[in-house]
Design a binder for this molecule. Structure first.
Ligand code: UDX
Length: 434
């Protein structure tokens, strides 16, 4: 395909906005990224990246001739041909998505009659695009195309996911806009899938619901494995070899977290509820996920004989490895539950930077897994950091008061840990004792 470079304004310099802006610049487009937070924009203008995302800093630096950051919406959109909306859509009290930031961008574009298209990447309820289309028409911007172009990138691999996606979903009602957005992606290695706007909006929510359900299936099967003596790792490895099931997203653990799955599953559930339909499968997924960390903590409590006056090491605070993101991380529930039960909590994480506030203010932070576990009565692996696989477990064994470990990520080999003297509990596998 012949490459036409475009001038693009990206609204929102969060994970999605920064990755989108940087990748579009990498593809040759000229990009202005606008955010409303002065400190964020200043940092970016100074060449620093406010989030941890592999490859993103280098990409921003490499494309600095074509990529700039601004606080000013008018400045961002001046001369732009395409405007991307990448702002966040947090849940409201009713469980609906808060679209105020999306609408603020649409309002800021009311004078931008030179635009060719407005593209929404933010995750929005089905029907939002239709309303935005109507608002554009009412503002005399009927000639500005509209597209829903949801994002499926995962944190920690967002740059490579953007450049090599499984698919690029482009939802629009006119082919010219579809072709324009497809052209913007020239150089991206992945098929474009054209559809209507509502279906594109639904595809984003449906993809996350499918993945959250798959993880939850593994977690539910793990519980049955625990009750029956089967080993979930062997079971998921074998069912995953069936191409109809696939191996991905079958890893049992302490429940999914992050900025997407919890929020989007609740948003899809709320969307269904608003039309009077109870999405029962999704409701169960949400409930099971909420129970997961609590249930395993209860197993640990039973094994230890109570948490009151005990010291517990919490290993990993981020919602998954390879990110500094702690949004909806199971670690938060675990830390709060341990404190509520009267335990002292000693934490380790190589990247997490929780702001001030509970539960973290009442915990202590340590420089290494060994240091966090020294003197502890029990330890919980919450995040699958490689440092934990490679921790000096023999030294840890000697340093802990009681060698009790709950491996919430099935990271370690139970037999080896028992040989070192640990009582080793994990998810969906038999507990192994020294
Ligand atoms: C996810 C989707 O993958 C992405 O397509 C979407 O755009 C945003 O949400 P992300 O939140 O970055 O991306 O993380 P992901 O790697 O998908 O993991 C989500 C959560 O599920 C994590 O807490 C992870 O630990 C957990 N998980 C994942 C499991 O418990 N088991 C698995 O098998 C996979």
């Amino acid at each position: 395909m012949e490459q036409t470079t475009r001038r693009v304004a990206v609204f929102g310099a969060g994970y999605i906005g920064l990755v989108t802006g940087a990748c579009l610049a990498e593809l040759g487009h000229t990009v202005a990224v606008r955010d409303i937070l002065p400190e964020r924009v200043e940092l970016l203008q100074a060449g620093e990246v406010p989030i941890y995302e592999p490859g993103l800093g280098d990409m921003i630096l490499r494309n600095k001739e074509r990529l700039r950051f601004t606080l000013d919406a008018e400045d961002a959109v001046r001369g732009a041909e395409v405007a991307y909306v990448c702002v966040d859509t947090p849940p409201t009290a009713s469980g609906d998505a808060d679209l105020s930031r999306v609408w603020a961008v649409v309002d800021a574009l009311k004078e931008a009659s030179h635009l060719l298209a407005l593209v929404v990447k933010s995750t929005v309820p089905v029907g939002t695009g239709r309303r935005i289309r109507a608002a554009l028409d009412a503002a005399g911007l009927g000639h500005v195309g509209y597209a829903s172009n949801p994002e499926f990138t995962a944190e920690g691999r967002a740059v490579s996911d953007f450049m090599n996606p499984d698919r690029i979903v482009i939802g629009t009602s006119d082919t010219a806009t579809g072709d324009l957005i497809k052209g913007l992606h020239a150089g991206v290695d992945g098929p474009a899938v054209a559809m209507d706007i509502a279906s594109a909006e639904m595809t984003k929510l449906a993809a996350n619901a499918a993945l959250a359900t798959k993880i939850t299936l593994a977690n539910e099967l793990a519980t049955v494995c625990e009750a029956t003596g089967a080993d979930i790792e062997q079971v998921t490895a074998a069912i995953g070899m069936d191409h109809r099931i696939g191996q991905h997203f079958l890893k049992a653990g302490l429940g999914y977290g992050g900025s997407c799955f919890p929020k989007d599953s609740r948003a899809l559930h709320a969307l269904a509820s608003n039309s009077g339909y109870s999405f029962q499968l999704l409701r169960t997924v949400i409930e099971v996920n909420g129970l997961q960390a609590r249930r395993h903590l209860q197993r640990l409590k039973d094994e230890l004989g109570g948490f009151e006056g005990r010291t517990v090491a919490l290993l990993g605070m981020t919602f998954k490895a390879g990110t500094d993101d702690m949004r909806e991380a199971p670690s938060t529930i675990i830390a709060a539950r341990l404190l509520a039960e009267g335990a002292a909590v000693r934490c380790w994480d190589p990247m997490a930077q929780p702001g001030p506030g509970q539960p973290w203010d009442s915990t202590t932070r340590h420089a290494s897994p060994l240091e966090a576990m020294a003197g502890a009565d029990a330890a919980v692996i919450v995040t699958e950091w490689p440092e934990l696989r490679d921790a000096p477990w023999a030294e840890v064994r000697a340093a802990m008061r009681t060698a009790l470990l709950l491996d919430g990520r099935n990271l370690l080999d139970g037999a080896a840990m028992a040989q070192l003297g640990f009582t080793y509990m994990s998810v969906g596998r038999p507990t192994v004792r020294p």
